[in-house]
Design a protein around this ligand. Structure first.
Ligand code: MG
Length: 235
């Protein structure tokens, strides 16, 4: 008899990381990943995590099915090095994640909610592709959270208006629940809690979602009511 966890969370999560030269320091990104992933119940019947890094090119750091425990995913995330790149091909990164990372060959599960988290610090060099790429994600029912790091703009005293507009366009609707911006790389860690809550909060618009917050109290009496899992409405 298989014991069904009280708070089953089945999500396929792919994190799309900008690793271009302007991101500094990379340790802030590592810390962000660490804090975000450490609270997730990762496994073949729970949340699966894959990571893609992009700059000019795209690299699959690991696939949804490469690791099957939280510990192993954390170790792999900690070992990711910044691959650099003079260009920021955000559309290419997202498109590659959609087309390749979310395939069954790389571990994506049929009928499981696809979630993408995009972290970037600059306007893309392939902006002209972005609209189509996002439409394709929309058609594939990929829920998208986007995070704009304003560090290099703030350090250079540059206007962030266009950048923020672009990164907002990546996020799913409603934008205010799917878009974040942080003043610099160090501040990434400050949004981990809100991001985690929003990713794992029950989405009322998803009829198939049996998605509950990850930090369920063990043994909590979940009889279908999300409130027993401490779900907070991220409004
Ligand atoms: Mg950059």
């Amino acid at each position: 008899m298989i014991r069904v966890p009280e708070c089953q969370t089945e999500l396929d999560l792919v994190i799309v990381l900008d690793g271009s030269n302007s991101i500094y320091p990379w340790e802030s990104v590592t810390l962000f990943l660490n804090r975000l992933l450490q609270n997730m119940d990762i496994g073949p019947q729970q949340t699966q995590v894959g990571i893609v890094q992009y700059g000019e090119n795209v690299t699959h750091e690991f696939n949804l099915n490469t690791y099957t425990t939280t510990e192993d995913v954390l170790a792999a995330a900690n070992a990711i090095v910044q691959r650099k790149g003079r260009q920021t091909m955000t559309a290419l990164g997202i498109d590659t994640a959609r087309k390749e990372a979310f395939t069954e060959a790389r571990g994506a599960r049929r009928g499981v909610q696809k979630v993408m988290v995009i972290v970037t610090d600059g306007e893309s060099h392939d902006n002209f592709q972005l609209k189509r790429v996002i439409e394709d994600c929309e058609n594939d029912n990929i829920q998208r959270y986007s995070i704009a790091i304003l560090g290099s703009y703030n350090r250079g005293n540059l206007s962030t208006e266009k950048f923020i507009e672009e990164i907002k366009s990546i996020a799913s609707q409603p934008t205010e629940k799917h878009f974040f911006n942080v003043s610099d790389e160090f501040a990434l860690v400050n949004i981990v809690e809100a991001l985690g809550e929003r990713i794992f909060a029950l989405e009322g618009s998803e009829p198939t979602a049996s998605v509950l917050v990850a930090r369920c109290a063990p043994g909590s009496d979940n009889t279908g009511a999300t409130s027993s899992c401490g779900s907070t409405t991220a409004s």
